[in-house]
Design a protein around this ligand. Structure first.
Ligand code: KIV
Length: 275
């Protein structure tokens, strides 16, 4: 008997409206990243509500130290691939560094390209008050936008480290105010990254739109992780907020080493595996 996937039992496509309703009903939203069709299909089949084609692809897929080098063309390439693997989840493409900061017009042009060329359902961009003009412009044109506050990796050169944000009163108040500015500008959801759980709770309870936490405590309306972290594919990254559900790095090393041995001793391919 074949596996019955969550996406088959509940095939109704996830929309921004549905996420809003989930918040209202207190149903938690599950989100993961994906960067290609193979993984996107697995993530979607497993019933994840929202798939983010994160600019973390710069670290995970391309091997960069930061997300900054990711280009618009690369985002479009990976988002197109993800879209081919998904039938149920809402797919959000991360707008790369400098594709939306220069002006609302440029954000509009680039988000328009992402939506038109990939068929994805929404875009995400980082920042507070400064990006509200861009969010309003995109929203007016029918492009749903997800915000991202707290630790915003595209600002790593300003922050100087990946430590938690909003840990002092001034920064916490700014994150709270920015969250409300994003909601007013028309964002449909906000990622809250690496902030104190208490602040995550306060922001979540005060907003009508859903919050999606990554290291922002259990009271956010949903949670997101980078899929390679939760599957234990990335081994040298151990932030407190990552729960490992598998150890695929070690599993893969074991399987591939066995294959290497079999090739070396000549036991692969066998008679049955030959023509
Ligand atoms: O790029 C990314 O993967 C992200 C998530 C960590 C939220 O922005």
């Amino acid at each position: 008997m074949g596996t019955t996937y969550t996406s088959e039992i509940n095939p109704k496509k996830v929309t921004t409206r549905r996420l809003f309703d989930m918040k209202k009903k207190g149903i938690k939203i599950s989100c993961l990243t994906a960067y290609d069709a193979l993984i996107a299909k697995i993530v979607d089949d497993a019933g994840v509500d929202l798939i983010l084609v994160g600019d973390s692809l710069g670290n995970i897929v391309q091997g960069h130290d930061t997300t900054l080098p990711v280009t618009l063309e690369e985002t479009i390439y990976h988002t197109k691939a993800v879209m081919r693997g998904v039938r149920r989840a809402l797919v959000v493409a991360d707008m790369p560094f400098m594709s939306y900061q220069v002006s609302a017009e440029e954000a509009f042009r680039n988000a328009g390209r992402i939506m038109k060329e990939t068929g994805c359902h929404a875009v995400k961009l980082e920042g507070g008050k400064l990006v509200t003009e861009a969010i309003a412009r995109l929203n007016e044109a029918g492009i749903p936008v997800m915000g991202h506050l707290g630790l915003t990796p595209q600002s790593i050169n300003k922050f100087g480290s990946y430590k938690a944000r909003g840990t002092n009163e001034v920064e916490a108040e700014k994150i709270f105010a920015d969250a409300h500015s994003l909601q007013e500008a028309g964002a449909f959801a906000i990622v809250l990254e690496k902030i104190p759980a208490e602040l995550g709770k306060k922001v979540t309870e005060s907003l009508e739109i859903p919050t999606i936490g990554i290291g922002a405590g259990p009271n956010c309306d949903g949670q997101i992780l980078v899929y390679t972290d939760m599957l234990g594919l990335t081994v040298d990254f151990h932030p407190r907020f990552v729960r490992r559900y598998a150890n695929l790095h070690d599993e893969m090393i074991k399987a591939i080493s066995e294959y290497v041995d079999d090739v070396q001793i000549g036991s692969f391919p066998s008679h049955d595996e030959s023509y």
